[in-house]
Design a protein around this ligand. Structure first.
Ligand code: GLA
Length: 390
């Protein structure tokens, strides 16, 4: 005969077990519901002049953050993230449709940049004793891959199944000699919109001949919402004790200069506009900030490169990367001549770019981290833009 105590004990134990099972089931349902909110949808974005169809993919994560990405130039067309009150806003500059990008010579808004992001002096570099001549499309220098860089080609796109969000894989095969770069370069870029509100970009590339490669992403951010004023009050931290000062044509002199005591010191978060008009030679050369920062790090680890905070909305963005450098561009050349999404006019400094990359003109600076890729090797880079609000 079981005692009364034992029976009571058994009843309580079975009750606890039942509660545990129900809670587990409910948690499972909640996880499944979150997962169900993840989605990726494909729509037609427009046609290239030669009739090639271009698509736009809408990626959504479990909390409703949404990114629209087209396979033309791998461009991030829009990115909607919540503010501190849960209000969603589009925080990147761009155009409403493909024609906007095709007809207006977009200043690389949201695009993937390759084969070589940033500048190469006089468009010239040497590899294996051969001198290569690239398009000179920025003053006397080569910029962002040339006349038809990776921002202006149609990539092959395919949705990818991932456990932590929605992902899109883009592939582009650049022919040997394209834009005068040596070697056939096969590039893939995976965009993942994670459930942690990150836009994660994983790049990789292989070649069949010794070549150079430096890929990046060129989104113009405005955490107050695209078209909602300039970015001068955004507070910026850049994890760099040094930057690469340039000549008047934005080519690094080779010096790694300490930021200390200069308007380039963002080791303490500072408003972008606080010192931008100072009478300082580097700011004059850049028309504001348009410089590569030497990130504080060792090796290729994924580390924090920068963070940005916008006071009125509470939106914050953290940038982490495996790259050694970060180009901070304060949108100095925007001048009101672009009417972007929803009829918004982009005036000077209405967006800022944080482009994770190798240093500009590295092929001509053997002392800089190398951008050479050999057959049999794989180039990789990962950069994460993480959004939050406080
Ligand atoms: C870059 C360059 C800038 C400018 C923009 C596009 O990031 O560094 O000088 O050319 O692209 O306008």
């Amino acid at each position: 005969m079981r005692s009364q105590k034992t029976r009571a004990f058994l009843r309580i134990t079975s009750l606890i077990l039942q509660i545990a099972i129900v809670s587990l089931a409910l948690a499972g349902v909640a996880i499944a519901q979150r997962a169900n909110k993840r989605s990726i949808e494909k729509q037609m974005f427009g046609k290239m002049p030669d009739g090639t169809a271009v698509d736009i993919y809408t990626l959504r994560n479990a909390s409703g953050v949404e990114a629209k990405i087209t396979n033309y130039g791998g461009i991030v067309v829009s990115l909607k993230v919540p503010d501190r009150n849960g209000k969603f806003d589009d925080v990147v500059l761009g155009y409403d449709n493909l024609d906007g990008y095709l007809k207006n010579n977009s200043p690389y808004m949201g695009a993937l940049i390759g084969r070589y992001a940033n500048r190469i002096a006089k468009g010239t570099f040497k590899l294996n004793g051969t001198e290569y001549h690239l398009a000179v499309n920025n003053g006397a220098n080569h910029l962002h891959g040339g006349l038809k860089g990776f921002d202006k080609v149609v990539w092959t796109a395919a949705p990818l199944r991932v456990a932590n969000g929605a992902a899109l894989k883009l592939t582009y095969v650049s022919k040997d000699g394209e834009e005068n770069y040596p070697g056939k370069l096969t590039a893939t870029v995976i965009y993942t919109l994670t459930d942690a509100n990150e836009l994660r970009i994983d790049y990789s590339a292989t070649t069949d001949k010794r070549t150079i490669v430096n890929l990046t992403s060129h989104s113009y951010f405005n955490l107050a919402g695209q078209g909602n004023g300039d970015i001068l009050k955004h507070q910026l931290f850049i994890n760099a004790n040094r930057f690469t000062p340039t000549d008047a044509g934005a080519i690094p002199t080779g010096e790694l200069r300490s930021v200390s005591g200069t308007p380039f010191d963002f080791m303490t978060a500072t408003e972008i506009g606080a010192r931008i008009e100072q009478d300082e030679q580097q700011l004059k050369f850049g028309n504001g900030y348009d410089h590569n920062f030497v990130l504080n790090k060792q090796g290729k680890r994924l580390t924090l490169a920068a963070s940005v905070y916008e006071l009125t909305t509470g939106r914050a963005m953290q940038v982490s990367t495996t790259e050694p450098g970060l180009q901070f561009y304060s949108g100095n050349f925007l001048d009101g001549s672009i009417t972007g999404k929803e009829g918004k006019v982009y005036q000077r400094r209405y967006g800022f770019c944080l482009e994770a990359q190798h240093y500009p003109d590295s092929p001509n600076h053997p002392e800089f981290p190398s951008v050479v890729l050999n057959p049999g090797q794989r180039y990789t880079q990962t950069t994460i833009y993480k959004f939050s609000a406080k």
